[in-house]
Design a protein around this ligand. Structure first.
Ligand SMILES: *Cc1c(COP(=O)(O)O)cnc(C)c1O
Length: 478
């Protein structure tokens, strides 16, 4: 074996060298990246990557890092770039990256106490702090997961087990949610073996929020049909419109009827740190389960998400004991008792170190800055004649489209604008469909961006739109 290839007390000089080399390669790449992306077509990237012969190692870390720089970093998508405005990817706190180095070096696995010691208590203390901020009460508890998809799945698993304890069959279960809820709710319903029509979409208002009266009548309809409402799944921050469902009213309805309220706050959970916008979450303390993604709006590297529950006893619904790992009457806290995963990274260290360095108020102020930016984006685009806006942003997202084009070509041109800009690499935005039509989308999470960055994006959209519309009409007349 090559001496000192593995991390140990004997390889510390190599370790320090490796960490600093890796840091330097990233820093160089960031320093020379002028754009959020420099994409090449998939066929090109595939062939470049496939040229690497995995049976011929390079022998030196520095060579492998150089190769990774050329293959990956040169074409990376940079979420810290102010012109990256597409999806729910945040610039990350440098403190969190440092924490990740520690978590990977020690390689703690937080499944059992005897593999993690204080790490178990750090994760638990962090989630108890968050549960306290959310107002979930004294019995609350939580566990880290790999993402909002996993958190939603486990929340709905707990709700399913809770509502079938009396023998209710799976195919009688219904989940009431918004048509704008994240698709992981539907995926979870499938994974959980529920009926194909288990997810019932309730009416929303003009801002895309669930209507409490609509949820109430959907509950009545389900009950009249002999069905069981397994959960009402509200969203705090929808993926396309950033809408926050009326949590207090929904909590009142679900409590009155003894129903499980899940709140998917993958996007909006961080608002709890905001001094100006935390009232959007009013009522979240009435939830039975809450999903919070630290890697969406808490400036944390992927993966870092949490599932919180109001009543820690509910975790018994997903618990399985193994004699070799977490025997039933263990006298130490084993987080695997609460987790669907077994081996699990110490992801809690990232938000922990971030909070210990900067504090929750700093996160709240970064969020406030990005929410201000979304409002500013609306004001800027409103003044541009060739752009149409969908609505004033509720939180981070702005939907708009280029309209100086024939109606029949509008969707195609807007799709082409996004693709063209992406391949140019300077302006990275998203697209979605609303009411059967294509809209462009900005997701603004970067507090380092400013009005000039927004103007540049809208200018690029309009310029590209005119070029593409011109191309299309030339094609039609040819
Ligand atoms: C992103 C998102 C999810 C899924 O979270 P992942 O961390 O990507 O698995 C769930 N719900 C909402 C509202 C989201 O925006």
């Amino acid at each position: 074996m090559r001496p000192n290839a593995l991390f140990s007390g004997k390889s510390l000089p190599e370790y320090k060298q490796a960490i600093s080399e890796a840091g330097a390669v990233v820093a160089d790449a960031v320093a020379s990246a002028n754009h959020p992306a420099t994409p090449r077509p998939p066929a090109h990237l595939r062939s470049v990557v496939r040229q690497v012969d995995l049976d011929r190692p390079l022998g030196e870390l520095s060579s492998a890092l150089e190769e990774a720089r050329d293959l990956f970093l040169e074409h990376a998508v940079w979420f810290h770039d102010a012109r990256y405005q597409a999806h729910l990817n945040c610039p990350v706190a440098t403190a969190a990256i440092a924490a990740d180095v520690i978590a990977s070096s020690v390689n703690t696995s937080v499944d059992t106490w005897d593999q993690s010691l204080a790490a178990t208590h750090i994760e638990t203390h962090l989630l108890e702090w968050l549960a306290g901020r959310l107002g979930l009460g004294d019995l609350a508890d939580g566990v880290f997961t790999s993402g909002g998809t996993a958190s939603n799945l486990q929340a709905l698993l707990l709700a399913r087990e809770h509502s079938t304890a009396d023998g209710t069959p799976l195919d009688a279960l219904r989940i009431l949610t918004s048509p704008e809820a994240h698709f992981s709710v539907t995926k979870a319903a499938r994974t959980l073996g529920l009926a194909a029509d288990a997810v019932v979409h309730c009416p929303t208002d003009e801002r895309g929020r669930l209507r409490p009266d609509g949820v109430e009548s959907a509950i009545d309809d389900a009950e009249k049909a002999g069905l069981t409402v397994m959960a009402v799944s509200a969203t705090a921050g929808t993926t396309d419109r950033g809408a926050v469902d009326p949590l207090a009213a929904l909590a009142q309805i679900t409590h009155g009827r003894g129903l499980w309220l899940h709140v998917d706050a993958a996007v909006g959970g961080a608002l709890v740190t905001s001094s100006r916008h935390s009232s959007l979450l009013d009522g979240i303390g009435g939830a039975d389960s809450v999903t919070v993604d630290f890697h969406k709006t808490w400036y944390q590297p992927v993966a870092a998400s949490a599932l919180l529950v109001r009543d820690r006893r509910m975790f018994a619904h997903s618990r399985t004991n193994a004699d070799y790992l977490n025997p039933e009457h263990a006298r130490v806290p084993n987080l695997v008792d609460k987790s669907l995963a077994t081996s699990r990274r110490f992801d809690a260290l990232k938000p922990w170190i971030t909070l210990r360095t900067h504090g929750a108020d700093a996160i709240g102020s970064w969020l406030d800055a990005s929410l201000d930016l979304a409002q500013e984006a609306h004001t800027i685009a409103e003044a541009m004649p060739d752009l149409e806006l969908f609505e004033r942003p509720s939180t981070h997202m702005l939907l708009f489209r280029f309209t100086a084009v024939d109606l029949e070509q509008r969707d195609d041109v807007n799709d082409a604008i996004r693709e063209t800009l992406f391949m140019e690499g300077r302006t990275v935005i998203a697209r979605t469909r609303w009411g059967g039509e294509t809209w462009l989308k900005l997701t603004l999470l970067n507090p380092m961006a400013d009005a000039a960055d927004l103007r540049a994006t809208f200018d690029d959209v309009v310029r590209t739109g005119h070029l593409l519309a011109g191309d299309l009409s030339a094609e039609v007349s040819a």
